[in-house]
Design a protein around this ligand. Structure first.
Ligand SMILES: [Zn+2]
Length: 374
C-alpha cells in the first residue's frame, strides 16, 4: 500500500494518506453526525458538523499514534520504516526488515494495541472528569473516541496474522520453538481461519438483516484473508530462497549490442534471433545501459528505423543495482517494491550480470519440482 498524499514527517518517518482513507473519513463523519443528531435533539446542525469533523480528526490522530508506536519500536531496534500509510481500514507501518528476534517482534506488535488501549482509557477517564451529562458535546466526543480506541485495541489483538495479535502470536511461537518460518506459517493458518469466520459471520449478519454492517464485516474478513495469503507467500518465498545469492541465479551472458543500432535492426538481428530478453547496451566499449522488449514496445513501430538503442535504453546510472553476493530474496523484494523486471548486478563498479524476475521464477519452479520429487 503506497500513499498518494504526503502529509510530512514525524520522527523522520514519512506519513501519507491512501485515497481510500477519504472513504472511511466520510463514513465516520456521516455516521457520527447521525448518531449525535439522534442522541441530542437540541444540538444545531453547525455544532453537529463541527463535532463530527473534530472527532474524525482526533480519531485520525489516534490511529497515527498507534502506527507511530509500531514504527518507533522498529526504528529503535534498527529496522528502517519506509512510511506510515493511513487507508480505509486503518493504518500500516511499512517496516522494511523483519525483526531479528522474537522479543523485538513481540514488542513491535504489542505496542500498537497497547497505545490504542491507553488512548481509549484516557479519553473515557477525561469524559468522566468533564462530567456535564449526556448533552455535553466534549463529553460525547471523548466517549466515542474512548470506545473506538478500545475497540481498535481489541480488534488488533485478534490473533490472525498479519494483524498485531497475529504478530504477537507469531512472536510467542517463535520464542517457544526457535523457528521463525514455522511460527509465521502457524500464525498465518490461524489468520486464515479467523478471516473465514469473519466472512461467514458477516454474511450471516447480512442475511439476518444487519445490512451494510454485515457486508463490512465480510469485507474485513476478505481483506484479512488476502493479507494472510500475501504474508504466507512471502514467508514461503523467503524460505525457498534462503541462502541463495544473486550470483547463483543471475545471467552472466547478456549479449552486448551497440548503442547506435536502430530498433528495427536490433529487433530483426538480435532480439528475435537470440531468444533473449535482456541486452547490454555498449557505447565506446563501456556499458551504458540495459534494453529489454519492454523499452522497445513503448516506441511506435513506424519509428523503429529512426530510433537508436541509446535513445530508449535504461541508463545504468539510473537503475537500482544489486551485488552478486547479495541475497536473492532481498533482490526480489526490491524488484517487487519498485516494480522492476531487471536489476543490473554490479560489483566494484563493474557490471557482472543481470538478474530478472523470470530467472527468479525459474529458480523457484525448479526448486518446487525438486521438492515434489522428494
Ligand atoms: Zn497495529
Amino acid at each position: 500500500m503506497r500513499s498518494q498524499i504526503k502529509l510530512g514527517r514525524l520522527f523522520g518517518i514519512p506519513i501519507g494518506l491512501h485515497y481510500s482513507w477519504f472513504l472511511i473519513a466520510l463514513l465516520i463523519v456521516f455516521s457520527l453526525s447521525s448518531q449525535f443528531r439522534a442522541s441530542n435533539a437540541g444540538w444545531g446542525d453547525g455544532l453537529i458538523l463541527a463535532l463530527s469533523l473534530g472527532t474524525a480528526v482526533l480519531f485520525f490522530f489516534s490511529l497515527l499514534l498507534h502506527e507511530l508506536a509500531h514504527s518507533l519500536v522498529a526504528t529503535s531496534n534498527g529496522l528502517p520504516v519506509r512510511e506510515i500509510t493511513l487507508f480505509a481500514l486503518g493504518g500500516v507501518s511499512q517496516i522494511e526488515k523483519n525483526p531479528a528476534s522474537a522479543k523485538v517482534e513481540f514488542w513491535m506488535a504489542f505496542v500498537g494495541p497497547l497505545t490504542s488501549a491507553v488512548i481509549g482509557a484516557l479519553c473515557l477517564m477525561a469524559a468522566r472528569v468533564i462530567g456535564g451529562g449526556a448533552s455535553d458535546p466534549g463529553r460525547a466526543m471523548l466517549f466515542w473516541l474512548g470506545y473506538i480506541n478500545l475497540a481498535l485495541a481489541g480488534f488488533n489483538l485478534i490473533p490472525g496474522y498479519p494483524l498485531d495479535g497475529g504478530r504477537v502470536l507469531r512472536a510467542i511461537i517463535w520464542w517457544k520453538t526457535g523457528d521463525a518460518d514455522r511460527s509465521t506459517r502457524a500464525a498465518a493458518k490461524v489468520g486464515q481461519v479467523i478471516a473465514f469466520l469473519f466472512i461467514a459471520f458477516g454474511i450471516v449478519r447480512f442475511f439476518g438483516g444487519a445490512g451494510i454492517g454485515g457486508l463490512w464485516i465480510a469485507f474485513i474478513g476478505w481483506f484479512l484473508l488476502q493479507a494472510t495469503r500475501d504474508s504466507y507467500v512471502q514467508v514461503s518465498l523467503a524460505s525457498a530462497l534462503k541462502g541463495v545469492r544473486v550470483a547463483d541465479v543471475m545471467s552472466r551472458d547478456c549479449p552486448a549490442v551497440d548503442g547506435w543500432l536502430n530498433l528495427q535492426n536490433f529487433v530483426e538481428q538480435e532480439l528475435l534471433r537470440s531468444g533473449r530478453r535482456c541486452f547490454i547496451v555498449v557505447e565506446k566499449g563501456e556499458v551504458a545501459g540495459l534494453v529489454t522488449p519492454h523499452e522497445i514496445k513503448r516506441i511506435d513501430r513506424a519509428k523503429w528505423a529512426l530510433t537508436t538503442l541509446r535513445d530508449v535504453m535504461r541508463p545504468l546510472e539510473e537503475m537500482r543495482s544489486v551485488s552478486p553476493a547479495g541475497s536473492l530474496f532481498s533482490a526480489l523484494e526490491l524488484m517487487i517494491r519498485d516494480d522492476l523486471n531487471q536489476l543490473p548486478v554490479v560489483s566494484n563498479g563493474h557490471l557482472e550480470g543481470v538478474l530478472s524476475r523470470a530467472q527468479v521464477l525459474n529458480y523457484l519452479q525448479t526448486h518446487a519440482e525438486l521438492q515434489a520429487a522428494k
